[in-house]
Design a protein around this ligand. Structure first.
Ligand SMILES: Cc1cc2nc3c(=O)[nH]c(=O)nc-3n(C[C@H](O)[C@H](O)[C@H](O)COP(=O)(O)OP(=O)(O)OC[C@H]3O[C@@H](n4cnc5c(N)ncnc54)[C@H](O)[C@@H]3O)c2cc1C
Length: 419
């Protein structure tokens, strides 16, 4: 391994989203400086919300990021609510006040993405961030990763971490490059000013209205000044996958014709909603090769139906930093260990998030009635304890599985160039 002048490995992160920044922050905390290469000219996250469950909150707290989020994060004390589409009948309600903290040591929060990104970025040295650097390829030269950028520059690293999202360029250096497929589902997204939102949507609750082929979710964010509204509907021939694509309120309302009339008031507050086609990918069997690995959506994109995508990227970041810190002289082994510690959990989440689309969108009938009955019986806070109780750093000490070369691994090559 060629170490930097300080004797530490040169670590390059491609992508400065939630996962990439969290990786830099955890590495920094472990005494391993890194460089982030982000394609955008400045750090941005779209105006939309995220739910942060205890498994993510406990890691962010250790980074010092929760303190910075404090005035903006909304604790979901009223909890989670499932409602029936046509009349808003409550199918299940989980009060999180106290119970989440008692069971898992942390509350569940709703946050604006930009606030989360800023909070994590504040724990990363500013000179670590290189903006306007679109990575076009990652290749291997011996033990070293060579990163090429669209501006014609290149750099070498002892470890290259692809945190470059669902369209990951780095992924092509590890597995056969394939485009993500369209899921057939699209999302309408909006931030409704709290002053324009009906009272039921201003409560500190994450409410999910479920019905045939559609579901709609809302919760307050940004210090309760806005309501995050996201709704899922059949994409039909819509295939634009861009955080900046928009729809009209009329298109949004048309999807929810016949639903509880109270939702119309909320949707009317949506201004110009965003519209975004959800992408799909099969779970990978391996996501590391030599000094190159993946993290977050680049490794395991998932439907947002368990609200765990960002949380899993933060968990990845914490585990990866620990593995590299423990095995700093042999990064390749550290990356294999990281992957083996993470892959079962993230694959399981990808699969259950996928299955949830079917369950949330059932037409009325016997299967829907059985689902509603089980929602009434089940306590999701307990049933999903394996998600929320997980302490990624504590589990990092588990004995690693020795990974074998899987079917999706490209044959070993010393020099490779992929788009
Ligand atoms: C509607 C919706 C709701 C969601 N709700 C939740 C929720 O409540 N809770 C939760 O935990 N998760 C949620 N998620 C999932 C979450 O948004 C993602 O899992 C998370 O953003 C992934 O982070 P990431 O850093 O891996 O990837 P990204 O956020 O996609 O970041 C990738 C970064 O890499 C950069 N990049 C890409 N290519 C290159 C390149 N070639 N060179 C350099 N830079 C590059 C991009 O500009 C970007 O900054 C939701 C997702 C959706 C769509």
């Amino acid at each position: 391994m060629v170490a930097s002048s300080a004797g530490t490995p040169r670590i390059a992160i491609i992508g400065g989203g939630i996962g990439g920044l969290a990786a830099a922050a955890f590495l920094q905390r472990a005494g391993l400086p890194s460089t982030i290469h982000e394609q955008a000219p400045r750090l941005t996250e779209v105006g939309a919300g995220l739910v942060l469950a205890p498994n993510a909150v406990r890691l962010l707290r250790r980074l010092g990021a929760m303190e910075r989020l404090d005035e903006h994060a909304v604790p979901l004390d009223i909890g989670w609510e499932f409602r029936r589409w046509e009349d808003g009948r409550v199918l299940s309600a989980e009060n999180l006040a106290g119970s989440c903290e008692r069971l898992y040591g942390e509350r569940t929060y709703a946050v604006h993405r930009a606030h989360l990104l800023t909070a994590i970025a504040s724990t990363v040295p500013p000179d670590a961030l290189h903006l306007g650097k679109r990575c076009t390829s990652v290749t291997m030269r011996g033990d070293t990763a060579v990163l090429a950028f669209a501006d014609g520059t290149s750099t070498e690293a002892d470890v290259a971490i692809g945190a470059d999202g669902v369209h990951s360029t780095v992924r092509g250096a590890i597995v056969e490059p394939t485009p993500a497929t369209y899921s057939g589902i699209c999302a309408f997204r909006a931030l409704v000013p709290a002053a324009r939102a009906p009272a039921f949507a201003r409560r500190r609750a994450q409410t999910l209205w479920i019905g045939p082929d559609h579901h709609l979710v809302h919760y307050p964010v940004a210090g309760e000044t806005a309501i995050n509204l996201v709704a899922f509907a059949p994409a039909r021939d819509y295939t634009t996958e861009s955080w900046s694509a928009t729809a009209t309120v009329e298109e949004f309302l048309a999807e929810f014709t016949g639903w509880d009339p109270r939702l119309r008031e909320l949707i009317h507050g949506a201004g110009t909603p965003g519209r975004w086609a959800l992408l799909d990918r099969e779970p990978l069997q391996h996501w590391s090769h030599g000094p190159i690995t993946l993290l977050g959506d680049a490794a395991h994109p998932m439907f947002p139906f368990f609200a765990q995508g960002a949380a899993q990227s933060i968990e990845d970041a914490a585990v990866l930093a620990r593995c590299l810190a423990h095995d700093v002289r042999v990064p390749e082994r550290a990356l294999r260990r990281y992957e083996s510690l993470r892959i079962d959990r993230t694959t399981r989440l990808q699969k259950i998030s996928h299955a949830r689309a079917h369950l949330n969108h059932l037409p009325d009938g016997p299967e829907q009635q059985a689902r509603d009955a089980s929602l009434a019986d089940e306590d999701p806070l307990i049933a999903n304890g394996w998600i929320y109780a997980h302490d990624a750093e504590a589990n990092e000490t588990a004995t690693p599985v020795s990974p074998s070369v899987g079917s999706n691994m490209r044959p070993a090559m010393t020099t490779r160039r992929y788009r």
